[in-house]
Design a protein around this ligand. Structure first.
Ligand code: FAD
Ligand code: MLT
Ligand code: ZN
Length: 474
């Protein structure tokens, strides 16, 4: 192994091969704190050529490679297992915006560029890169592509895979595929770009990407709406779609439990409405500089909703500061759940027409498994995607974390079985990582799992790229 470490040092420089426990620590545990592993080294290449050198050296020594971006993933896909055999390949030094072309509507970036920096570079050129996640200040575009991330603007702009035109990838044997043509039309065979999107580091290391840009949308009309039920929220979505048309960008849901945690733990958070409601919707319309009708459209949506019994009250943002305050209530939920105590995450999609019935049936079923379990339900209801997260019950005013840990497997099985029976998916946007690889395989058909294994075998026959992630061991 000394030979490998020497080769890695030669490839990227001594400073960028971390082997001391303290230096590696932040790279070995995931954001949730659930997955913690060990590694031979954490390597930080500074260019595509250096990534290729590192991967080639690992290939020749049969060393597993774990690609890592901002390490904000929620399913343990970006951290190594406990064997200590893998090299973590961090893209954190590859942060160059290579090109912005406002006319073609493209931006070309290194994979390690942080999402918020892609947004800023687009904005500096008078354009919009629409992907938006609570983790955008630290997740990287490579991680977004590798997980096919979603977020709060999917309703209008689609998942990450709809925002990418081309990729540059270092293959498991160290060869480089340059697919950075950025063409909008290219019907010359299998779509290799899309093969790597959502592959969670199991087929290669993404080192660069050409992404789509859109017209800037500096105008917003934003409301925080109290709704009586999930069924009412879904009916409100239909009203907002009909009246808002292409301007409807965000339609998020959060239950009272989630908002109570935000009010408890997020400094400066305040309830925008006088009376508490069981459920809220964050609704946003966005438009260009010349779109003058957003406020009127929002008023019309809310009037129709109140008249139809779909909403009991609403707060409309009257300034950018008020808009940020409403967004903070929604974006703060992941963080405050963690502060509150043990959390069990479920990132599910259901057919939207069946979402309300599913949610109504699920709560009582879980309470039977663990009395007092707290449902912290929120997410991208416009996409049929609920973060059906659970917090531990309160005992004597404290989070009883141990009870949630003991019941975790049973709670998760109940949710997954019900999602499968409702024709849903157990991962809407976070991917499978280490957390859900085995469960996902058990819900897929044999044909589907065989095809996925065949793809993996074709690109990574030695199984060195992120082993144990996305597909369980055969
Ligand atoms: P990492 O966590 O470093 O890695 C994630 C996976 O991608 C791993 O399997 C890793 O091996 C692989 N990978 C990373 N970089 C590369 C690369 N260059 N080449 C190949 N493989 C690579 N996700 C959503 O979809 N929607 C949300 O709304 C959302 N909100 C979040 C809010 C918070 C507060 C947090 C903490 C997370 C949230 N996430 C959300 C999850 C997470 O931010 C996304 O999955 C994100 O895309 C991960 O990016 P990353 O750079 O941190 O990747
Ligand atoms: C979000 O949308 O805030 C995250 O994807 C959900 C989570 O952290 O579970
Ligand atoms: Zn989400």
């Amino acid at each position: 192994m000394t030979d490998l470490l020497d080769r890695l040092r030669l490839a990227v420089g001594d400073h960028h091969v971390l082997t001391e426990a303290a230096d590696m620590a932040a790279h070995l545990v995931d954001w949730t704190g659930v997955h913690e592993g060990r590694a031979l080294a954490v390597v930080r290449p500074g260019s595509t050529g250096e990534v290729a050198e590192v991967v080639r050296a690992c290939h020749e020594t049969r060393t597993p490679v774990v690609p890592q971006g901002g390490n904000t993933g929620l399913v343990g896909g970006g951290v190594p297992d406990a064997s200590g055999e893998a090299v973590v390949l961090s893209l954190g030094r590859m942060r160059t915006v290579r090109d912005v072309d406002p006319v073609a509507g493209t931006i070309t970036v290194d994979a390690g560029v942080v999402l918020a920096d892609v947004q800023s570079a687009a904005s500096d050129a008078g354009r919009l890169f629409p992907m938006s996640l609570g983790s955008e200040g630290s997740c990287t575009i490579g991680g977004n592509l590798a997980t096919n991330a979603g977020g709060t603007a999917v309703l209008r702009y689609g998942m990450t895979r709809e925002l990418v035109l081309g990729l540059e990838v270092v293959l498991p044997d160290g060869r480089v595929w340059d697919g950075l043509r950025g063409l909008r039309k290219d019907n010359t065979g299998y779509d290799l770009t899309q093969l790597f999107v959502g592959s969670e580091g199991t087929l290669g290391v993404i080192t660069g990407a050409v992404l789509r840009l859109f017209p800037a949308t500096p105008r917003h009309a934003t409301a925080w709406v109290a709704v009586p039920s999930v069924a009412a929220a879904v009916a409100l979505l239909a009203v907002a779609q009909a009246r808002g048309g292409a301007h409807l960008t965000t339609f998020e849901i959060a239950n009272r439990q989630a908002i109570d945690l935000v009010l408890d733990h997020l400094p400066g958070a305040t309830d925008p409405l006088a009376a508490p409601s069981d459920l809220y919707v964050l609704l946003e319309l966005a438009g260009t500089e010349t779109d003058d009708s957003l406020d009127d459209t929002l008023e019309a949506v809310l009037s129709e909703a109140v008249e139809g019994g779909l909403a009991s009250d609403a707060a409309i943002a009257g300034s950018p500061a008020q808009r940020s305050a409403l967004w903070a209530l929604r974006e703060g939920i992941s963080e405050v759940q963690k502060v509150e105590g043990a959390t069990l995450k479920h990132d599910v999609t259901l057919p939207i027409a069946r979402l309300a019935d599913w949610a109504e049936a699920m709560g009582p079923q879980l309470a039977e498994v663990l009395a007092g379990v707290r449902l912290v339900t929120y997410g991208h209801v416009g996409d049929g995607n609920l973060h059906y997260n659970l917090n531990a019950p309160l005992r004597d005013g404290r989070s009883d974390d141990e009870s949630l840990r003991l019941a975790a497997a049973e709670l998760t099985s109940a949710i997954y079985a019900s999602v499968a029976a409702t024709d849903g998916s157990i991962s809407a946007e976070h991917g499978l990582g280490r957390t859900k690889a085995a469960a996902a395989a058990s819900y897929k058909s044999e044909v589907e799992v065989d095809l996925m294994r065949a793809v993996k075998q074709a690109l990574d026959p030695e199984g060195l790229m992120n082993p144990g992630v996305l597909l369980p061991p055969a």
